[in-house]
Each structure stands twice: as structure tokens, then as C-alpha cells.
Design a protein around this ligand. Structure first.
Ligand code: HMG
Ligand code: MG
Length: 307
């Protein structure tokens, strides 16, 4: 593999934690059902490549996301590597019960900053969805689980346009007050640009939220995910969501495409001398293998360049 000597740049962290969402966000948008053994091997390969947090699946309503209806079966066959966490999405108490039976250690609830997407994705108003999450977060924390809270549509929404920063901060703060241990700020349809990323992070800082509790989750629809991520790193964020091969999207958000590709992120961080613990070649090999299973090439530029 071509290697270029790294050069550090000022104002960036020494290490970044990659929160891998490929098996969940990546696959949830694929209409052809991927066999459970392929999912398990995908996750095992990601762990072998050095990823330490791999969002494995969702315990949502099986009819809402048929691709992930096999969540229980997947966790049953998945061989868990030491030191790796496998969070799962959980929308409600029914989902939590199913997840607890599968012996998970971390969950994520997922709110929306806009009413339009809350209705489409959760069949609830924002307020109703927060009421639905409260007992899930409370029970999960009592059970000793880590609980991430996502906020979707943090920058723009296909039905409502620009999303006011106060609206995002208000939903995010509600999730933290409920007991979420980390907040992931989602650009669900990939429309954010760096100025807006700074403004949102400042909005949280002004409201008293420490940047240590924030992660960023950029989809790459408009090709902005990497520049937005670099901007967030400069603002002090050190947890970045990414999807191996750039798979992804949300079946309930018009025009959402893949997440920031993990390979594109790792290439940039390697070049900056920022440690991630990830072996890029093993990730690229995994994406090539997965592209073959899905019958379509990875959209990641780094995967294409290194293939
Ligand atoms: P609902 O239809 O309002 O459900 O859906 P309900 O509460 O009225 O229940 C109806 C029936 O479903 C009941 O059964 C429940 O038991 C059952 P009945 O009593 O009629 O026989 N049910 C369930 N069964 C299994 N597992 C469950 C479950 N829940 C209810 N968990 C619901 C509400 C929240 C369930 C539904 O809207 C849903 O599942 N939504 C999930 C949509 C989704 O997964 N979207 C993609 C993930 S979010 C995302 O991708 C964004 C993110 O990446 C960040 C970003 O990019 O911004 C995270
Ligand atoms: Mg997403």
C-alpha cells in the first residue's frame, strides 16, 4: 500500500476514537437481505482491522427495517472479540427487552431535531419520542449499559430546510439530562458545511455541554463529510462515526446516502499522524469483500484508490 509520511497539524487531537456504524447504518439501507453469516463475518473483520466500537445492528420494529430483523440471531452467532464494544440501536422498551436478551453492553437511542423526521422515523412527535426514550435510557443505565443518544437532522432536513441550532441543542440536552453518556450529532442527509459545524458545537458549548460528550456523524451526500469532520476535530471533538466502505443511509430520510467512509477518515488521520489503532489495508480488504457480497463497488475514494 502506498504510504506518505505523516505531518502533524496544530490544533488537532493525538488520537481519535472511530465509532464504526457500517453493519448498522451501512446495511440498514440495503434492500437485498444480507445473510446473517455475512454480517457476522463483516463485523469480525472490522474488529480484526482494529476497530474497537462497532455498532452491530438495531432492535427496531422488524417491519420498519427488514434488513436488521435478524438482530437477535446475529448477536447469537457473533463471536465477540475482547476489548470490542458492539452497541445496538434501541427505540423503545420492547427493543430494550429484545436487546437485553442478546446480552449487549451498549445501546443507542435516536431522536430527531425536526418534527418531520421524528414522525417519519419514529411515528412520534419529538416530545413523544423523548417520552418513549426516557424509560429505555433509565433502565439501560440501571443495568450498567453505555447509552448513546443520536440527534438526527442536526443541520438540514429534507422537509424543513435549515434546522435552527437551538432546536438541535434542546433535543441533545434533553437526551443528556435523561442519562445518555454520549451524544452523536447526525447530519443525516449530508448537507452540513464547516461554518455550520462550528456554530452547532458552539451552541452546545454555550448551553454548558462539554465537547467530551459529543461525537459527530456525517453522511457524505454532498461530499462534505471529511471537511466537516476535520472542522469538528479542530473544535475538540475526538469521537467520529464512520462506515467502512462508505455504506449507509436512512430508509426514512429522502436523499440520505452513505456515511463518511472509515477508510477516507483513516487515510486523513494517518496523514496527520493521529492514532486510531486501525489497519487501513485490512479495512480496504473488508470493503472489497463486502462490495462483492453486495454486488456494487464501494463509493469510498480511498477504497477505490487502494483497490
Ligand atoms: P410504531 O408503529 O409506532 O410502534 O413504531 P408501536 O409502539 O405502536 O407498536 C406497534 C407494534 O410493534 C406492537 O406490537 C409492538 O410490540 C411492536 P403489537 O402489540 O401490535 O403486536 N414493536 C416492536 N416489535 C419489535 N421490536 C421493537 C418494537 N417496537 C414496537 N423495537 C417504532 C414505532 C419506534 C417501533 C418504529 O417507528 C421503528 O422501529 N422505527 C425505527 C426506524 C429506524 O430504524 N430508522 C433508522 C435508524 S435512525 C438513523 O439511521 C439515523 C442515525 O444514523 C443518525 C443520523 O444519521 O442522523 C442514527
Ligand atoms: Mg446515520
Amino acid at each position: 500500500m502506498l504510504e506518505i509520511a505523516p505531518i502533524r497539524a496544530e490544533g488537532l487531537p493525538d488520537a481519535v476514537t472511530i465509532y464504526e456504524v457500517g453493519p448498522r447504518d451501512g446495511l440498514q439501507n440495503e434492500s437485498a437481505i444480507v445473510p446473517v453469516e455475512v454480517k457476522a463475518e463483516f463485523i469480525a473483520r472490522l474488529a480484526a482491522a482494529g476497530l474497537r466500537t462497532i455498532e452491530a445492528t438495531s432492535f427496531v420494529h422488524p417491519e420498519w427495517v427488514p434488513q436488521l430483523a435478524d438482530a437477535a440471531e446475529l448477536l447469537e452467532v457473533l463471536e465477540r472479540a475482547p476489548g470490542v464494544r458492539y452497541p445496538v440501536l434501541v427505540p423503545n422498551e420492547r427493543g430494550l427487552e429484545r436487546a437485553l436478551e442478546a446480552e449487549i453492553t451498549d445501546i443507542a437511542v435516536f431522536a430527531s431535531a425536526t418534527e418531520s423526521f421524528a414522525r417519519r422515523n419514529l411515528n412520534r412527535t419529538i416530545a413523544e419520542s423523548l417520552t418513549m426514550f426516557a424509560p429505555v435510557v433509565g433502565r439501560a443505565r440501571e443495568a450498567g449499559l453505555g447509552v448513546r443518544g443520536y440527534v438526527s437532522m442536526c443541520f438540514g432536513d429534507p422537509w424543513e430546510g435549515t434546522v435552527p441550532i437551538e432546536q438541535v441543542v434542546s433535543v441533545g440536552r434533553a437526551l443528556l439530562e435523561m442519562g445518555c453518556t454520549e451524544l452523536s450529532l447526525g447530519d443525516t442527509i449530508g448537507v452540513a458545511t464547516p461554518g455550520r459545524v462550528v456554530a452547532l458545537l458552539e451552541g452546545f458549548a454555550v448551553a454548558g455541554t462539554s465537547v467530551d460528550s459529543l461525537a459527530v456523524h456525517f453522511h457524505d451526500t454532498y461530499g462534505q463529510a471529511l471537511s466537516n469532520t476535520l472542522t469538528a476535530l479542530r473544535e475538540g471533538v475526538t469521537v467520529v462515526d464512520a462506515s467502512t466502505g462508505g455504506l449507509g443511509g436512512c430508509p426514512y430520510a429522502e436523499s440520505a446516502t452513505g456515511n463518511l467512509a472509515t477508510e477516507d477518515l483513516v487515510w486523513m488521520l494517518n496523514g496527520l499522524g493521529i492514532s486510531t489503532g486501525v489497519n487501513l489495508q485490512l479495512l480496504v480488504d473488508t470493503s472489497i469483500w463486502m462490495a462483492d457480497k453486495l454486488g456494487k463497488p464501494s463509493p469510498s475514494r480511498v477504497v477505490q484508490a487502494l483497490s
